[in-house]
Design a binder for this molecule. Structure first.
Ligand code: CUA
Length: 159
């Protein structure tokens, strides 16, 4: 009997080792073959120099093309700067985001936008707003005692 138990144990050890190898292989494949990684594709920025580095030295909204805006937003505990932006309906908005302190999040329900804001990294995401209304965005990475009040809004105005 004792040898049967040993054989089953050994089988499960093999299964666990194979599962670990498969998962490690998937990790390597996603990192190197598919190129999935933390937000480094847009750029890096020193968290202490955000206030003096363009475009984050002047957070806010600017037009970069016909019906295309760039929204530069700086996250810190526990506010987004600026907390509100206004665009006409039908606008495409490219958000550029960074943090000066800890990891924050940027989620806009109904749009599919869901990004981490990592200090030292620039996150970028683009969305076209075809429906007028107020789109609340909020931090969805726990960032301290004021996390639950860290939010803002995009007001999409009728033309
Ligand atoms: Cu910022 Cu949670």
């Amino acid at each position: 009997m004792a040898t049967d138990i040993d054989r089953y144990e050994l089988t499960w050890i093999y299964i666990c080792v194979v599962a670990l190898l498969v998962l490690f292989g998937v990790l390597l494949y996603s990192a190197y073959a598919l190129g999935i990684h933390v937000e480094t594709d847009v750029g890096q920025i020193h968290p202490a120099q955000v206030a003096t580095t363009p475009p984050f030295d002047q957070p806010g909204l600017r037009m970069i093309g016909p019906d295309h805006y760039e929204a530069v937003i700086v996250a810190r505990a526990w506010v987004f700067d600026p907390p509100e932006i206004r665009v006409p309906v039908g606008s495409t908005v490219t958000f550029k985001l960074t943090s000066i302190d800890v990891i924050h999040g940027f989620k806009i329900p109904r749009t599919g936008i869901n990004r981490m804001i990592v200090p030292g990294q620039i996150s970028e995401v683009t969305h076209r707003f075809d429906e007028p209304g107020t789109y609340t965005f909020f931090c969805h990475e726990y960032c301290g005692s004021g996390h639950h009040i860290m939010n803002g809004g995009i007001v999409v105005e009728p033309r």
